[in-house]
Design a protein around this ligand. Structure first.
Ligand code: ZN
Ligand code: ZN
Length: 244
């Protein structure tokens, strides 16, 4: 399985970080979150929106969904007016509300499936398991198993549930919104993450706010130093190839 980080930023813009989006490439392509800039990054990779048929959302904050309708519209313009969207409770209402604002796009078929915490289902030939994130709105963390296993935290505080879900995976893509020293809720800083994560092959940090600027590698070293697990700071278009 190949993983490409399309967007490693968050709600406040930075020149080189699009908002949250991760592309998984196993037998099919699966997009996890679709924040602003994800569509542009797909273009940079030379991928057509037609190749993205399914989007899996961790939650509905704007920095994770802004490019969702633009992706559906790009597919419509290219002759495939449909998109499958999986996400937590509220996804159907969000997608239908957005869609209703654009009468000229009503021929687009947006097929929404809502999923809960503690679920197990198949998507794009991948086995997906969920737990609740610890965030300000309903949010899910995913463990996705195909030829290798990737766990994606979405937005969350460091959580025993997320750590358990990720255990045994080859790669954990975990948010790390702020450096140590920030007293944050709903998000993660390096030291508490290093203390709680265990038994994963590698950690890649993402979802950086501008407060992290220039500190990203140090944040990764902190997580690695405490957890003993190889940790890198994510950047847009970083490709992570996994054997298997
Ligand atoms: Zn976010
Ligand atoms: Zn969020």
């Amino acid at each position: 399985m190949d993983v490409t980080l399309l967007g490693t930023g968050a709600g406040i813009p930075q020149a080189d970080r699009a908002q949250a989006s991760i592309l998984l490439h196993d037998e099919d392509l699966l997009l996890i979150d679709c924040g602003a800039g994800a569509l542009f990054r797909l273009g940079e990779l030379g991928l057509s929106p037609l190749e993205i048929e399914t989007v899996l959302l961790t939650h509905l904050h704007l920095d994770h969904v802004s490019d969702l309708l633009p992706l559906a519209k790009a597919r419509y313009l290219l002759g495939e007016p449909w998109l499958k969207v999986f996400g937590p409770a509220g996804t159907d209402q969000l997608v239908r509300s957005l869609h209703s604002l654009y009468p000229y796009l009503q021929s687009i078929k947006l097929e929404v499936t809502e999923i809960g915490a503690g679920c197990r289902f198949e998507i794009c030939g991948l086995d997906v398991r969920t737990v609740s994130a610890v965030h300000s709105v309903p949010a899910l963390c995913y463990r996705i198993e195909g030829s290798s296993t990737v766990a994606c935290s979405g937005d969350t505080e460091p959580s025993a549930g997320v750590s358990e879900l990720a255990a045994g995976s080859d790669l954990l893509v975990h948010e790390c919104s702020f450096p140590d020293g920030f007293d944050v809720t709903n998000h993660t800083t390096p030291t508490p993450l290093g203390r709680i994560v265990r038994d994963v092959g590698e950690i890649v940090l993402t979802h950086f706010y501008p407060h992290c600027r220039g500190l990203e590698d140090e944040m990764a070293r902190t997580v690695e130093g405490i957890s003993g697990i190889r940790t890198r700071a994510g950047r847009d278009l970083m490709g992570l190839k996994m054997s298997g």
